[in-house]
Write a protein that binds this ligand. Structure first.
Ligand code: FAD
Length: 462
């Protein structure tokens, strides 16, 4: 892709570009509420809805710097998993078999609950339970998928099954595919439509949503939290940071617990009938490949292909700003990888291209906590939050109200992930691990560095 001036994220992101225009309501003057939530993505919206579920009379406001779904929630691929971890194998490795089984059950119930929630409220979020394929590009991947299928069986995930090379190529015509693992219950959504639906539901229940309202600081006067946005302020009994990859800006000490990374995506023009026939893919399932830095893709409702990469970029100094929203190198790499998977579509153009910030943790799951007892936080979905933010919302609501829940007993909630090093070591560590993972993807043995990290259960992914 040639160098060019990139459009704003609102125009560049396929999901955002299709959103109906509206005038955002900013905070005017001061406000007093029971719970103030910072961040209008899935985490913030689900936290508000869970709080209303627990105590309908609570007064709640959401303060969003830009507009609802401005962050990762509006920029993702909309592939919704039934797992809360990156994989059942990692859940077993990190938390033990018993807890991995609980996480798998919570993940399944969560996806069922999301489907019911959208159906009951008639929210048109494009939810489609089509299943997801993880495709093998090498014999080593086939073996790895066999291990994943065994792990799914151990944690009691129903219906996961292996597909042979001919079976998967029959479903999706790529010469690279040698086998696949089908997770039959995974789903697809339109992420911006989902976020708008959640916002509509929250507002219907009385939640005040204020956009163009960046929170710059907070204080803890007596038994309250005071959130400041320029001259304006919100006083609350409790506050929740739902700011994911931006959280270190407000709570710098959390920077050790996560890496802000940028994932990049392309969306093609609509395919013609013959182009669709050349690729097959009648199931329209979401697909990921089995590499460490994998491609993920899905069809859009209007017949395009969304093509993304998990080879996320780290911008030194934990940068998260509009300057990272576009990058020519990952766009070129995305086009190149698409052509390798689908040479029959090598002419396909991609008019949409954008990036978005995720928060990655060393154990590849989110973490939770409270600051001074009154400010809760939950972040670090490591590129997998479309479904799990709904569970996070319940966790954060229980933490804010100090209510008991079996969710608060999960190790994911009780324990923090192993920290990442500070700068300047951080950028060097990320570069070294990235190089090692690229070598593994090229078919080489894991380096000593990766073997040591693996031994300590430390991952790097998006
Ligand atoms: C390119 C990409 C592809 C992805 N694909 C998938 C996928 O297919 N499936 C999947 O499960 N997950 C995917 N993810 C991850 C998923 O989107 C996230 O895990 C999830 O959206 C996180 O939601 P959130 O609400 O915690 O964070 P965000 O959506 O990032 O929301 C944080 C919000 O906080 C606001 N904010 C920040 N600072 C302040 C402040 N000081 N004051 C007020 N507001 C503030 C931001 O503007 C933002 O709106 C992807 C992510 C990206 C970037």
């Amino acid at each position: 892709m040639p160098d060019r001036t990139f459009p704003s994220i609102e125009q560049a992101c396929y999901w955002m570009a299709g959103r109906a225009p509206r005038v955002p309501a900013a905070l005017v003057g001061d406000l007093e509420v029971d719970v103030a939530i910072v961040g209008g993505g899935f985490t913030g919206l689900w936290t508000a809805l869970s709080l209303k579920d627990l105590e309908p009379s609570l007064s709640i406001c959401i303060l969003e710097r830009e507009s609802v779904a401005y962050g990762a929630s509006g920029r993702n691929a909309g592939i919704v998993g039934e797992t809360l971890d990156h994989s059942h194998e990692l859940a077993i490795a990190h938390f033990g078999l018993d807890e991995a089984r609980s996480l798998a059950r919570i993940g399944r119930e969560n996806l069922d609950g999301l489907e019911r929630f959208l159906a009951d409220r008639r929210i048109p979020a494009g939810f489609q339970r089509r299943g997801q394929l993880t495709v093998a590009l090498s014999d080593a991947h086939v073996e790895a998928l066999e291990a994943s299928a065994r792990a799914a069986e151990r944690v009691g995930a129903p219906g996961w099954r292996l597909l042979s090379g001919p079976e998967v190529r029959d479903e999706i015509a790529s010469p690279l595919y040698r086998g696949a693992l089908l997770a039959p219950r995974h789903a697809l959504v339109d992420p911006v439509a989902l976020a708008e639906g959640l916002r509509g539901e929250a507002e219907r229940l009385g939640v005040i949503v204020r956009e163009r309202t960046p929170v710059d600081a907070f204080e803890f006067p007596r038994d309250r939290v005071l959130l400041r946005s320029g001259e304006r302020s919100v006083r609350a009994r409790r506050a929740v940071l739902a700011t994911n990859a931006w959280t270190h800006r407000l709570l710098p000490r959390l920077a050790t617990r996560f890496l802000p990374l940028y994932d990049y995506i392309l969306v093609s023009r609509p395919l013609t009938g013959p182009e669709w026939r050349s690729i097959g893919w009648k199931t329209g399932r979401g697909v990921v490949d089995a590499r460490a830095f994998f491609n993920y893709y899905r069809p859009t409702p209007d017949g395009r292909i969304l093509w993304g990469t998990s080879e996320a970029a780290y911008y030194p100094g934990n940068r998260v700003d509009p300057g990272c929203d576009h990058s020519a190198a990952p766009y070129a790499a995305l086009e190149e990888s698409f052509r390798r998977h689908f040479p029959q579509l090598s002419h396909l153009e991609f008019p949409f291209a954008w990036g978005g910030p995720i928060a990655s943790t060393t154990r590849l799951t989110p973490f939770f906590g409270t600051h001074r007892g009154r400010l809760g936080y939950g972040l670090g979905y490591t590129g997998h939050g479309v479904g799990s933010t709904r569970v996070a919302g319940r966790i954060l609501a229980h933490l804010a109200l100090e209510k008991e829940s079996p969710l608060l007993e999960l190790s994911m909630v009780r324990k923090k992930p192993f920290p990442y090093p500070p700068e300047p070591l951080r950028r060097l560590a990320v570069a070294a691990v990235t190089r090692s993972l690229r070598r593994v993807d090229a078919g080489r043995r894991p380096s000593l560095l990766l073997r040591v990290l693996d031994r300590f259960g430390i991952g790097f992914s998006s």
